[in-house]
Write a protein that binds this ligand. Structure first.
Ligand SMILES: NC(=O)c1ccc[n+]([C@@H]2O[C@H](COP(=O)([O-])OP(=O)(O)OC[C@H]3O[C@@H](n4cnc5c(N)ncnc54)[C@H](OP(=O)(O)O)[C@@H]3O)[C@@H](O)[C@H]2O)c1
Length: 264
């Protein structure tokens, strides 16, 4: 595959690492304005580092655009005359609709919109993907790229905002849960570092149980709640304090906010 990444910043670099580790390209162009931070890529076979976006586009079939939302229009105007029907655009730009991309580069080009999360830097991203009509046949390639960096899910574009809340903001929500349980551990007498390690490894264990057993959380909860025991006592108190409803309300509030932002 001939791939270019336009805007090789934090996310672009993570994607490049995933592509390299999984031997996924025959040629890879990496672009950014100031290329000095990409020095370590200069000597890798089949990788070209440049600030020439047009050269990158002309030498690639798949163009991953990973710039900030306000940088996209300038780049689209710069590269659009070099984009042909053989190209597929894969955008990682938060909140940028397929319509907006098409309005700048044309609707006859395959466009895939992706929403990864920050765990992409450690190969554990949940990445949601959708495409325009013509791009449907390229979704398999996009899935392959992002499956090497975690797990990808095909969704409809109308669900992109929900996916952003659940999976991208979701990273922050899970951090709070882990922090809260770690603080609880300190309250119960552990040193802070130890409490954090114990809390996050317990979270990892819980996730592994669900994934390995393909079970529902409630099934695993049943296994640790002895009648009238301490676990059910703790769970009931957490629910009395609004744990589940606080989480669901938080997701809803975040969803309202993202919709307000995109309507502005
Ligand atoms: N980071 C994540 O985990 C994550 C997750 C989901 C979605 N996203 C989205 O992905 C996009 C990129 O995020 P990021 O965190 O990687 O941002 P970033 O670190 O700011 O990277 C953006 C890159 O674009 C480059 N750039 C700007 N103008 C350019 C131009 N004219 N030509 C070529 N390159 C140009 C910048 O290069 P210079 O530094 O040389 O100016 C910079 O390296 C954003 O839209 C973000 O919302 C990111």
């Amino acid at each position: 595959m001939k791939i270019s990444i336009i805007g090789t910043g934090n996310l672009g670099t993570s994607i490049a690492k995933g592509l390299l580790a999984n031997d996924m390209f025959t040629s890879l162009y990496l672009t950014k304005k100031n290329i000095s931070s990409l020095n370590e890529w200069q000597d890798i076979p089949c990788v070209s580092v440049t600030n020439d976006n047009i050269k990158a586009v002309k030498n690639s079939d798949f163009i991953i655009i990973s710039v900030q939302p306000n940088q996209f229009e300038k780049i689209a105007n710069e590269i659009k005359s070099s984009i042909t029907k053989r190209h597929t655009i894969i955008s990682t730009i938060t909140g940028l609709s397929i319509n907006s991309i098409e309005s700048l580069i044309g609707s006859e080009i395959s466009v895939v919109r992706s929403m990864p999360n920050t765990a992409i830097s450690v190969g554990k991203s949940v990445t949601c993907l959708c495409s325009n009509e013509i791009g449907i046949k390229q979704l398999k390639v996009a899935e392959a790229i992002f499956n090497n960096l975690g797990e990808s899910f095909l969704i409809e574009e109308k669900d992109m905002q929900s996916a952003t809340v659940l999976c991208a903001s979701g990273i922050a929500f899970w951090m709070r849960l882990i922090r809260a349980t770690a603080q609880g551990g300190v309250q119960l007498g552990f040193e802070s570092n130890q409490a954090l390690e114990m809390s996050l490894n317990t979270a990892l264990g819980a996730i592994s149980l669900l994934k390995t057993n393909k079970s529902h959380p409630e099934e695993e909860i049943d296994k640790v709640t002895t009648p009238s025991g301490c676990t059910i006592k703790g769970l009931i108190e957490m629910e009395n304090q609004g744990l589940s409803s606080a989480l669901i309300s938080g997701l809803e509030a975040s969803y309202q906010k993202i919709n307000n932002i995109s309507n502005q």
